[in-house]
Ligand binder design. Structure first.
Ligand code: HEM
Length: 510
């Protein structure tokens, strides 16, 4: 009995000493009072971004919060976001890796979780120049158009079934499948579903790995916040090892398949496996880095798209005026005798504003990804000690009443009145972040989201489920690092084009 008490007392004293040291050495931003050991964990509300936005009203636009003993600084205004992402960009460009993430990323051998340094600079250059060049994004367009039209076809087939007439569909099922097929095809160079809509064996294996990864990644463990207790979590560590081996085995097999195919045909395809394998020597990449980069694309590019389009569709179902206005523009520009393509997007300014309005109100990564201080820095006159995490609350920036008129109103016209950029140059609106760690997939994501919303609006009229008033739809977020809708969106689609325009436009291998 005496020993545990002694340990607790020692930990408590250490914590108090550390706090006193930080208080006198640094002028930290204000914030809620932390308790020893757990910090502010006891006080957090499940939807973190709403909790942080509320706290910014109490403590001001920059505040400190302790997740266990780890200090996180949250910034909630455009001016402070600029200080973080422009003025101190390089000093705040490291990443904070949880235990699971350190395992999955092989301690930052990928891009997303790599600290800022020579490895990061190398793989980031590869991504910018090779994987996300305008030429490659355009080369991958047939995959996007194939999967978007396949999604439309499957919604059409389901909604015209006599037993489904007038019934609401759960949109997330269609959006999620589309995002899965698109991102896995772009990354692994394969469509894991046959023409009858059946996922093949390798696809099932991939889905298992993804679901297992989500299960392990979202498992809340105190070991995360109490590093000195990690040795107690042996079973979790073993599960992480096993998962890692599974993902590695799967990816290596795909890499071998593509290497064999390239040798046989002499053809290099546009997808990321072929791109990375042919560039591996030139960029001096280890197999671990190739695997890490491939999985980065899956983890960064799948849920984000599904989430954005689900929220966007919810806003359009709730706002018949906006829905009608998008459809009128589509009729004017595309007409009703053909389907839209990405080539139409530059001529659809209202649709583009709808996409922006979705990202303003519902950024899928509302706190961006964590930035970690490489060295001591000053933000807003406060000290940020080396090793602390800095989060930018882009959800709060997009809803700041000092910046946006009636911020809770879904009104795409605001972007026609003021042309505000969403790719990191305007600190009022940062769904993709800004600075050296800005999302490299931003343009691809914008094209895809705009195309998905455009097709959904062109092909169907959408209404809420029978008996539900638009104002009764649940517009709250589910807890998590990415913000899904708390209640999956249901909508009733009514086809508005002739039946032959609902066929999938298959792309073949790209
Ligand atoms: C709706 C779509 C998307 C949104 C809103 C989004 C947003 C973001 C944000 C906020 C970051 C962190 C920026 C920072 O830390 O400062 C990020 C990073 C990243 N995103 Fe995206 N993203 C989207 C789609 C994609 C797609 C489709 C891909 C790839 C296929 C992708 C790949 C990445 C990668 C690799 C990083 C890490 C960059 C780095 O650490 O240097 N994202 N994204």
């Amino acid at each position: 009995m005496a020993l545990p008490l002694l340990i607790l007392f020692a930990l408590f004293s250490l914590f108090i000493l550390f706090k006193l040291y930080q208080r006198f050495r640094f002028k930290l931003p204000p914030g809620p009072r932390p308790l020893p050991i757990v910090g502010n964990l006891y006080d957090l509300k499940p939807v973190l971004v709403r909790c942080f936005t509320e706290w910014s009203q109490i403590y001001g636009p920059i505040f400190s919060v302790y997740l266990g003993s780890h200090l996180t600084i949250v910034v909630n205004s455009a001016e402070l976001a600029k200080e973080v992402l422009k003025d101190n960009d390089q000093q705040l460009a490291n990443r904070n890796r949880t235990r699971q993430i350190a395992k999955f990323s092989k301690n930052g051998m990928d891009l997303i979780w790599s600290d800022y340094g020579p490895h990061y600079v190398k793989v980031r250059k590869l991504c910018t120049l090779e994987l996300f060049s305008m030429k490659r994004i355009e080369g991958l367009r047939p995959i996007r158009e194939d999967e978007v039209t396949a999604m439309v076809e499957s919604i059409y087939k389901d909604c015209v079934k006599p037993e489904n007439k007038g019934n609401a569909l759960v949109l997330r099922e269609y959006l999620g499948m589309m995002a899965f097929l698109h991102i896995t095809r772009l990354t692994f160079g394969k469509r894991f579903m046959d023409d009858n809509g059946v996922i093949d064996g390798q696809g099932e294996e991939l889905k298992f790995i993804l679901n297992n990864g989500i299960k392990l990644g979202t498992k809340k463990s105190f070991a995360e916040f109490l590093p000195w207790l990690r040795f107690l979590f042996k079973a979790e560590n073993a599960a992480l090892e096993e998962h890692d081996a599974l993902a590695d085995g799967f990816t290596k097999k795909i890499m071998e398949e593509h290497t064999t195919a390239r040798k046989k045909t002499g053809n290099t395809k546009n997808h990321f496996v072929d791109a990375l394998l042919t560039l591996q020597k030139q960029y001096d990449l280890s197999d671990d880095s190739v695997i890490g980069l491939l999985w980065d694309m899956i983890s960064a590019g799948m849920d984000t798209t599904t989430i954005t389009v689900e929220w966007g569709m919810a806003e359009l179902v709730r706002n018949p005026r906006v829905q009608k206005k998008v459809q009128e523009e589509l009729e004017r520009v595309v007409g009703n005798d053909r389907i839209m393509t990405e080539a139409d997007i530059p001529n659809l300014p209202y649709l583009q504003s709808v996409t922006k309005e979705c990202f303003r109100m519902h950024p899928p990564t509302p706190l961006m990804l964590p930035h970690k201080a490489v060295t001591n820095v000053k933000i807003g006159g406060y000290d940020i000690p080396k090793g602390a995490t800095v989060s930018v609350n882009v959800w709060a920036l997009g809803r700041d009443p000092k910046v946006w008129k009636n911020p809770l109103e879904f009104r795409p016209e605001r972007f026609q009145e003021n042309d505000i950029d969403m790719k990191g140059t305007d600190y009022r609106f940062l769904p993709f972040g800004s600075g050296r760690r800005i999302c490299p997939g931003a343009q691809l994501a914008i094209n895809l989201v705009t195309s998905m919303l455009g097709h959904m609006m062109h092909h169907f009229d959408w209404t809420p489920p029978a008996g539900m008033r638009p104002e009764d739809m649940d517009m709250m977020e589910q807890p998590g690092t990415v913000t899904y809708m708390r209640t999956p969106l249901k909508g009733v689609p009514k086809p508005r084009l002739s039946g032959d325009l609902f066929r999938r436009v298959a792309a073949g291998t790209v």
